[in-house]
Write a protein that binds this ligand. Structure first.
Ligand SMILES: Cc1cc2nc3c(=O)[nH]c(=O)nc-3n(C[C@H](O)[C@H](O)[C@H](O)COP(=O)(O)OP(=O)(O)OC[C@H]3O[C@@H](n4cnc5c(N)ncnc54)[C@H](O)[C@@H]3O)c2cc1C
Length: 470
């Protein structure tokens, strides 16, 4: 259906006058956007796409009324958490209703190390609440301050904490979800374990997530450290890897940024001296002395230390320099860049990082930071995040910052990475199948879609192929 085609949202609004509607076109344009602008390709493709109307249900009863009325009128629904997704995930490409889930933000219950909360709760608030009885979230994105639980589950991957607990999809992290079907008489279904994970990272196309049940971690006092290395990304990488692997050193995040990436972070010159590569480490308080010893052994120097909870309160946490926050900092300094998302092979991860860094990361002259026509910076700048993979192996992922000179060159770089055995989840695609899933919707996700969205009204246009033939 063409984006310009309007749905019968006037009769929808008239049927549910008590709901909290938004109709102002400027506001609708704003609400319909996420961080897809990180990609010049997606930015162009999603230009002008917006909902016809937006609504913020106050509770589950209002959401059910809305869904039922939309199903009767065949009006598309696109779910919105905090719109921090990177791929235009909450941009309604075929118009219809944008559903702001922020009103469904209750903690349903917490029992020991398990919490169940409504999808619209912000992760920072959820973490604050579960900390009261001595727990914390196992993994959360660097956007935790605003991002929602439902948005993380339906659109995210993991992030902070994944160095210990793997991605959010690692079995045991998400225990179950409550989902709502899109039908004239919407049904609530409880999905457990693998069945629940079928809805993960499908961008709100396979079912409305009402509640998520999470396993928690014991709360720790975390210390944030910046360790810098004078001119050797190899040393930064080796230290990051050793710290990530050390079983006696609890950590919440370990990232390595090759210079000039740390230089993009405004007002942090004291912590990030020019020409120095940096490791951003968040480690348990008791581990700090041993981490400092380890850093010194690799030639690292600590330039910044803060208690993480305090740093978060002051809006000065290094967590907001990790993961895709490095892209945000870079784009503020240099709008000509974009990014990739990669993961490396366990056991070969450092060798592969060095190989791709050598190929694209050293500028025209072959020297580190060597000059090229873009003013002295290499074409691809390296940012590595250490994590445990789904099966528990220590690996690293990367969010390299690419100087964007066109789709053709971007594809050449992706091909160059892939030729070295690196997995690239291309973040410049607008369809669910083409990123992490490598081309096809997993069978579990397809059957969830049939069960929970039989009319195909959820975020239409985001699945490249629907219905799946045969
Ligand atoms: C600077 C920056 C840093 C980031 N860092 C990370 C990171 O460290 N790790 C990571 O995984 N991601 C990261 N992201 C991506 C994003 O922030 C996270 O995935 C975040 O969890 C998304 O939450 P949200 O509430 O903003 O979701 P939204 O962007 O609002 O939604 C994401 C998707 O989920 C769907 N959705 C939302 N709520 C529901 C629901 N209740 N039911 C069904 N579908 C729903 C939406 O339709 C959309 O398709 C980053 C993005 C930016 C811009």
């Amino acid at each position: 259906m063409p984006a310009a085609m309007r749905h019968d949202v006037d009769s929808l609004r008239a049927a549910l006058p008590a709901l909290d509607w938004t109709t102002d076109p400027q506001r609708l344009a704003l609400l319909s956007r996420d961080f897809a602008w990180f990609s010049p390709i997606l930015k162009a493709e999603l230009e002008g796409k917006a909902a016809d109307i937006a609504v913020r249900p106050r509770d589950e009863a209002e959401l059910k009324q809305l869904v039922g009325e939309c199903a009767r009128r065949a009006i598309p629904l696109t779910l919105r958490g905090a719109a921090t997704g990177n791929y235009g995930q909450c941009t309604p490409v075929q118009g219809g209703v944008l559903v702001d889930m922020g009103g469904l933000d209750r903690i349903v219950w917490q029992r020991g190390g398990v919490v169940r909360a409504q999808a619209g709760i912000r992760l920072a608030e959820l973490e604050r609440r579960v900390r009261e009885p001595g727990y914390e979230l196992r993994c959360m994105p660097s956007t935790f301050r605003v991002a929602t639980l439902g948005g993380l589950f339906a659109g995210g991957f993991g992030g902070v904490g994944s160095i210990t607990y793997g991605p959010i999809a690692s079995p045991g992290n998400v225990l179950g979800v409550g989902a709502l079907s899109v039908e004239a008489g919407p049904q609530v279904l409880e999905l457990r374990g693998a069945e629940a994970l079928a809805l993960h990272h499908t961008w709100g196309t396979t079912g409305i997530v009402l509640e998520v049940e999470l396993a928690l971690a014991p709360a720790q006092t975390w210390i944030e450290l910046v360790v810098v290395f004078d001119g050797s990304f190899d040393a930064a990488l080796d230290f990051g890897d050793a710290l990530a692997a050390a079983p006696g050193l609890p950590k919440r995040n370990v990232a390595a940024l090759a210079w000039p990436v740390p230089g993009f972070i405004a007002k942090w010159e004291r912590a990030f001296p020019p020409g120095h590569d940096a490791v951003l480490a968040v480690v348990a308080e008791a581990a700090e002395p041993a981490v400092r010893e380890l850093a010194a052994r690799f030639g690292g120097r600590v330039t910044h230390r803060a208690e993480s909870a305090e740093a978060q309160r002051r809006n000065q946490t290094i967590l907001e320099m990790c993961w895709n926050h490095s892209t945000l900092h870079a784009l503020k300094a240099d709008a000509g860049r974009t990014y990739l998302q990669c993961s490396f092979t366990a056991g070969r991860h450092l060798e592969q990082v060095r190989a791709v860094h050598g190929l694209f990361g050293r500028g025209g002259s072959g020297e580190r930071g060597g000059s090229d026509e873009s003013g002295g910076q290499a074409e691809v700048l390296m940012h590595v995040e250490f994590i445990r993979s789904l099966d528990g192996a220590l690996i690293c992922t990367a969010l390299p910052l690419v100087r964007y000179t066109g789709e053709l060159r971007l594809q050449e770089i992706i091909d160059g990475y892939r030729a070295l055995g690196v997995r690239v989840n291309n973040p410049h695609h607008k369809h669910v199948e083409d990123g992490r899933f490598g081309g096809t919707l997993p069978p579990g996700a397809a059957s969830a879609k049939r069960r929970l969205d039989p009319l195909g009204l959820l975020n239409p246009g985001k699945l490249r192929v629907w219905p799946i033939p045969g």
